[in-house]
Design a protein around this ligand. Structure first.
Ligand SMILES: NC(=O)c1ccc[n+]([C@@H]2O[C@H](COP(=O)([O-])OP(=O)(O)OC[C@H]3O[C@@H](n4cnc5c(N)ncnc54)[C@H](O)[C@@H]3O)[C@@H](O)[C@H]2O)c1
Length: 438
């Protein structure tokens, strides 16, 4: 049975009178705030980054999945406002926390952004508020860390306020699966918490999946990302093996993927990138270790994936060697520094590792990426050079690190001396003699 404050919140949700706040307006938070606004709720976005706050209020999107039109519509209707001031939470009914969960230098989970956001939420916590954690984190974060912080001020979960974990599953750049048509998993501290969050998300997404606890919901997200991480590592290891056996791994995967059951294709590449797949499994293995459990799969996958940039550099070395050249002194052009195609996110991108290794070996490294105007590695900065026949033909070696749709690979190959293709982007091209695939 719902408490009176739970019933009241449900009524507000039904009438779209509930005010929602999304904390952390990045790749996850901003698209979510837009969807909540589109569903008819008033959304106040909170971010510590004032530049992002100003951009939103002046209707400028900085996330490729959020169109200027969608943002302009909501901001003009005052359905979406951004601020850095947490005081607004006094008036808010539903809070969704989407702050980053990176790793420390020691490769341990850094949940300081969650702790910071929750301590501020706790300061303004009031009767009838629903708090949702969306950031990916290790099992137990919601129940063992957030709940005690929120209950510090004598309000009781399930009676006065409601707390759930609901992992964000957004896939940046994916046009087919968006927040709306990707099922939303919810696990609450109690069944009443789950019931209210379910009712809220039903207004926003097409399907809601309920799970028994916050720990199960946290673990669900980690299973999804460990699954990708380990399977990509398997594809990467098989790529190395096939290289030795002189078999084309890409043809093999394509053939295997014709099996209509029991197989799902994963592809090799220059290494893992992004804020999720390389990081989230480490959250889980770290937590498991505190229970004396060592995950061999996760650790081995990390080792294989982290080695891929070095493997790419070895392929470049071998390819230049055929041309009687060395890395030292060669001009090497990377096409794409984003961690995946059609996005501008360079977090954990393997292209950055490749640039660093090549530079250390004395190469003159240059890059083009239509989504990333500049990068900084340590103290050194690079700018994306404009792509033209001159740039292509001057490079001793071109590395396709990210297969953005913007690239005309036929034209690139025609004008190149030598290509290392880490994405099978040149699959359908004929002049294979210049191309070396990983
Ligand atoms: N990027 C993805 O594809 C993806 C997909 C699913 C889940 N996730 C998870 O979602 C979470 C957020 O990821 P992201 O990619 O959106 O990160 P992001 O870095 O793009 O955005 C996070 C935002 O939070 C802000 N922020 C940090 N601390 C804050 C605080 N205390 N108060 C207010 N704002 C604060 C930052 O300024 C930033 O704008 C992470 O846990 C991530 O693992 C990410």
């Amino acid at each position: 049975m719902l408490s009176p404050s739970g019933k009241e919140l449900k009524n507000k949700i039904a009438n779209k009178a509930a005010k929602v706040s999304v904390i952390g307006l990045g790749y996850v938070g901003l698209p979510l705030a837009i969807e909540i606004g589109k569903a008819g709720f008033s959304v106040i976005g909170i971010d510590v980054n004032r530049e992002k706050v100003n951009k939103i209020n002046s209707k400028n999107s900085y996330i490729p999945d959020v169109t200027k039109e969608a943002l302009t519509r909501l901001v003009s209707q005052k359905k979406l406002i951004a601020t850095s001031d947490y005081k607004i939470l006094k008036e808010i009914d539903i809070v969704s926390i989407c702050v980053p969960t990176p790793l420390r230098k020691t490769r341990e989970p850094d949940i300081s952004h969650i702790i910071d956001a929750v301590s501020r939420v706790s300061q303004y916590l009031h009767q009838g508020q629903l708090i949702i954690l969306e950031s990916t984190t290790f099992p137990g974060t919601t129940k063992d860390i957030i709940l005690p912080e929120l209950e510090k001020r004598s309000l009781k979960v399930s009676k006065d306020f409601f707390l759930v974990f609901s992992p964000e599953r957004v896939d940046p750049g994916n046009k087919k699966y968006t927040i709306r048509n990707t099922p939303k998993v919810i696990g609450g501290i109690t069944s009443q918490c789950t019931e209210i969050a379910k009712f809220f998300y039903e207004q926003i997404v097409e399907e809601v999946i309920l799970i028994a606890s916050t720990q199960e919901a946290e673990m669900t997200k980690l299973l999804e990302n460990v699954f990708r991480n380990v399977n990509i590592a398997l594809a990467n290891e098989l790529a190395l093996m096939c290289d030795r056996l002189e078999i084309d791994i890409w043809n093999v995967i394509e053939a295997a993927a014709t099996k209509p059951f029991g197989f799902m294709p994963f592809y090799p590449g220059p290494g893992l990138g992004g804020h999720c797949i390389p990081i989230d499994p480490v959250y889980l293995s770290w937590k498991a270790k505190t229970y004396g459990f060592y995950s061999k799969f996760i650790e081995f996958a990390e080792e294989v994936n982290k080695n891929m940039p070095f493997y790419v550099v070895r392929k470049i070395t071998d390819a230049l060697n055929i041309h009687k050249k060395s890395i030292n002194g060669s001009k090497i052009l990377l096409l794409g520094v984003a961690y995946k195609e059609n996005v501008g996110d360079v977090r954990e991108s393997p292209a950055l590792d490749i640039i660093e290794i090549l530079s250390q070996k004395g190469a003159e490294v240059i890059y083009n990426d239509p989504y990333v105007p500049q990068i900084k590695i340590g103290e050194r900065k690079w700018e994306s050079l404009s792509l033209n026949e001159n740039l292509l033909s001057q490079a001793d070696c071109i590395v396709i690190t990210t297969a953005h749709n913007d690239y005309d690979h036929k034209w690139i190959v025609e004008n190149a001396k030598l290509i290392i293709d880490t994405r099978n982007a040149t699959k359908n091209l004929s002049n294979k003699e210049k191309i070396i695939k990983i």
